[in-house]
Write a protein that binds this ligand. Structure first.
Ligand SMILES: [Zn+2]
Ligand SMILES: [Zn+2]
Length: 470
């Protein structure tokens, strides 16, 4: 089967067609020459206009991204070397604020703690927000990179802890700056208000709420659309993953204190053993998921911490548990939180505990809901910008993200993921069944150049589409 010719050849075919026509008619009516020349030129002009349109749709080109990349990479390395924990991102926020100011953005710092808001008003049009996170994690870096972090700091409890960008927020910040630069370069071709935000404390799912509480959507223009990209350890670098609808789960932490009556380990009949109550509670909680929850609503209860007792032969006075609960469905969330309390209290009554247990719910964040229509629209834009093979649908996960708050506050919001692993390594690991480093591990090192470049391309292409095609 004949392949469709490349674009230049099609233009050539047009010229050839024009020549044939010219030869056939040329000797008959002289006046026709001018007419045909006019038609042919019109066709060529139209073809040229189409060529320009298609190259316009491909903004930013790989050359445009490559031109700014060395400077963006410098920023990435600097941010990676100097990570800061949640709500302590002073240096990080200052670095981003300086970059945004230099590009002509109107920058406000200290929003919701250490957050920054950078606004570029560029005529009338929609308001579009691009969010990056600012914070890093208390993890000791073991990537072996020449620019690995050796930073330590004091955490909230006063302990000295190592700090590392183990979730790729440095990568998101670098892409954010690169995108800002390309949007400024192309400002004649779009209209509207571009709001770039640097959000603190994503790792403790608190920064989005803090920024909103501090007037993100009231002191500053409320966005029609909100976008964020997160690096992804399960996709090859340069590939964007999307998921319409619920994408990340809600998260609640529940702290439980179970009281008993302590005594000698050899005389349990003289005591009420809180360790045994805690054991029953842990198993009982799992039946909330398996027996009370609709199996069509994914849910997780994980007891991640249990503390009680000192030595083998003493029954303690109390046991403390900490659990995380995840779900997508807000109704299921309410029902399960109530069931946890009922289960804990019920087991305490059943064991004849001397005191009611304490059940404290520390709500984390709501589920991330990707606006389905907007997600599909973005996927379409990305297929053009990155090529259809580089845009894939990905499954939802029970991990959490406070990006959910922007959607709940009224923006049409979409969180996308960007593959960040060398494709060859990913394939080799798949074939050999080995595990590669994931996010939040000391070895996490994204495949930086292709990932940052693809993130900049994806963000810029999406922003331009949202500004241009209302
Ligand atoms: Zn993280
Ligand atoms: Zn993250």
């Amino acid at each position: 089967m004949e392949k469709s010719p490349p674009y230049e050849n099609r233009v050539g075919w047009g010229t050839h067609w024009y020549s044939l026509l010219w030869a056939r008619r040329g000797g008959i009516v002289r006046g026709m020459k001018t007419f045909l020349r006019f038609i042919a030129i019109a066709i060529l002009l139209a073809a040229s206009a189409c060529a320009q349109m298609s190259s316009g749709a491909a903004y930013p080109s790989s050359q445009q991204v490559s031109a700014i990349y060395p400077d963006v990479e410098k920023l990435y390395i600097d941010l990676h070397r100097n990570p800061e924990l949640a709500f302590h991102e002073q240096r990080t926020a200052a670095a981003l604020a300086e970059r945004a100011k230099a590009l002509g953005f109107d920058v406000t710092t200290g929003v919701g703690g250490t957050g920054i808001v950078a606004i570029l008003k560029n005529g009338s049009g929609p308001t579009v927000m691009l969010r990056t996170e600012l914070d890093a994690l208390p993890i000791e870096e073991k990537t072996g990179l020449p620019f690995a972090s050796t930073v330590t700091t004091r955490n909230a409890a006063g302990d000295t802890v190592p700090v590392m960008h183990a979730c790729g927020h440095d990568l998101h910040m670098s892409a954010w700056v690169g995108t800002a630069e390309l949007m400024v370069q192309d400002r004649q071709n779009w209209h509207g208000t571009l709001t770039l935000i640097g959000q603190p404390a994503e790792e403790i799912v608190s920064g989005a709420a803090a920024m909103l509480k501090d007037g993100l959507f009231t002191r500053f223009p409320k966005p029609d659309y909100a976008l964020s990209l997160h690096d992804e350890p399960m996709l090859p670098s340069g590939v964007v993953g999307f998921h319409a609808g619920y994408f990340r789960a809600s998260a609640d932490t529940v702290e439980i204190t179970i009281f008993g009556r302590g005594g000698h380990g050899a005389a349990p009949h003289m005591t009420v053993d809180p360790v045994v109550i805690a054991a029953r509670v842990i198993l009982g909680l799992q039946t909330i998921v398996s027996r009370e929850n609709n199996p069509m609503d994914p849910a997780v209860i994980t007891v991640g911490s249990i503390h009680g007792g000192t030595v083998a032969n003493i029954i303690p006075e109390q046991v403390k548990l900490q659990l995380t609960m995840r779900t997508f469905n807000p109704e299921a969330r309410k029902r399960m939180l109530a069931a946890i309390e009922r289960e804990v209290k019920g087991e305490a009554i059943a064991a004849n505990a001397p005191k009611q247990p304490i059940v404290e719910v520390k709500s984390g964040t709501d589920a991330v809901y990707n606006d389905p229509q907007l997600t599909q629209r973005m996927a379409g834009v990305l297929r053009t910008a990155l090529g259809p093979k580089n845009v894939v649908e990905m499954p939802a996960e029970m991990t959490s993200e406070d990006f959910s708050q922007y959607g709940l506050a009224g923006a049409h919001a979409v969180l996308l993921h960007i593959g960040a692993v060398d494709p060859a390594k990913l394939e080799a690991a798949r074939q050999s069944g080995t595990m590669l480093p994931k996010l939040h591990t000391p070895q996490w090192a994204p495949d930086r150049e292709p990932t940052i470049k693809a993130a900049i391309t994806a963000e810029t292409a999406i922003l331009l589409d949202l500004f241009r095609n209302q």
